[in-house]
Design a protein around this ligand. Sequence first.
Ligand SMILES: *Cc1c(COP(=O)(O)O)cnc(C)c1O
Length: 493
Amino acid sequence: MLNHSLEPKTPEEWREFSILAHKMVDDVLEHLSTLPQQPAWQEPSEQVRNAIVEPLPHDGIGAEAAYSDFLTNVLPYPNGNLHPRFWGWVQGTGTPLGMMADMLASGMNAHLAGFNQAPALVEHQLIVWLAELLGMPKGTSGVMASGGTVASIIGLAVARFAKAGWNVREEGLQGQSPQGFAPLTMYCSTETHSWAQRGVELLGLGNKALRRIPVDEAYKIRIDALREAIHQDRTSGFKPICVIGSAGTVNTGATDDLTALADLCAEEDLWFHVDGAFGAIAAISETLRPIVVGMERADSIGFDLHKWLYLPFECACVLVRDAELHRKAFTMQPSYIAPMERGVIAGGLAFAERGLELTRGFKALKAWMSLKAHGVKTFARAVEQNVEQAQYLASLIKAHADMELCADVPMNIVCFRYHPSKAASTMTLEQLNTLNQELLLRLQESGRAVVSSTVLHGVYTLRAAIVNQRSTMADFDELVRAVEEIGARIVLY
Ligand SMILES: *Cc1c(COP(=O)(O)O)cnc(C)c1O
């Protein structure tokens, strides 16, 4: 079926396709409902690798055969992020309803540049809800994006437009005036995720224009050092335009003093952007909201719904307090997409005027439908549970004779290492680093659990980032058991 045509034509062909389509749904639901019985990760075998390397298919093999290859060679070998014992990097788990909404969005193949259509109304409404959830005022603008990186870079682009002091869209950064434009600078902490470097590189400021300010012992940006760097730069002829605060850093889950950053940005007339890739979501829980207080004073916030809101990739959002500035930073209206009073393009292409993309998919549907179906409270409960699990894991590690915490646990990230007989240990830093690197790889290869790693002040640490609605407390017991058993084996042999 469908080897020589792109879709069914006769009623009989549609019926046949429907049977295959239903089987696809059943198979993936079977996959999702049996995750605990599957390994947390398994390496794609040589056979699988070879099977995927094929000549370009000039003649189709048909939908059934292509699907069968997917079942054999693709579905069993994910990186594991759906699994209840996967806490590597910061990867979300997806939800079954989110998956089905993605299918519906694809089925509609809605074009979300804007247009006079219900899908655009849904994205507008979603932005209103997300702004309310994060404490931003009515009238806040926003747009759904593929990920936190893109969302936050859109925020920085508006910042550059708003604060450069000349028409940066017309002139760029090339310096048309005789004395040239003052070079622009932005500020973040040494703990800020690498998206910010990507941003300043793309925006033409260059990596050196991103000043990395040192952090305190809790991994929060040092406000005194930040203020001094800004003043120093002004004295030296630079033009500071933007401060990036972190709500949940990628290494340890630390949150900067966002209230102090908001105050400082107000005093210094700087744009305040918050990277809340996962941490912004803490605001949806009444008990966790105090951690990110001050975020609601940001000029822009970039955050993911595909991390700590558990929705399938890709789904993120940038919110911009000043809707007019947001639009002005991106608007262009060539005649072939000029808005009309009536008809399909009435209202114009609102979302194309808020970012880089023209043709955009209907990412908003899965978020809109999931919020309606489950309610904010259900998401908040799942987020709170992950924070409780982080505390539980931290307590297991603290109590263990052969493991130690490597950083405080302010949110949902736990950094720890295996340290045999930690109280009386004579192992050097280097030995411990090597031991833990080997342990990490063996743990992943065992398929028992997946964590990732980072380096804190030279200490190599295992790192569990818990954005997983499928994990139970028992899964963390199993992680500790696996680390203990694998660690002991490395030390013995
Ligand atoms: C994941 C992450 C990002 C980047 O988000 P993507 O969705 O991967 O593009 C930015 N900042 C932090 C703190 C993150 O954890």
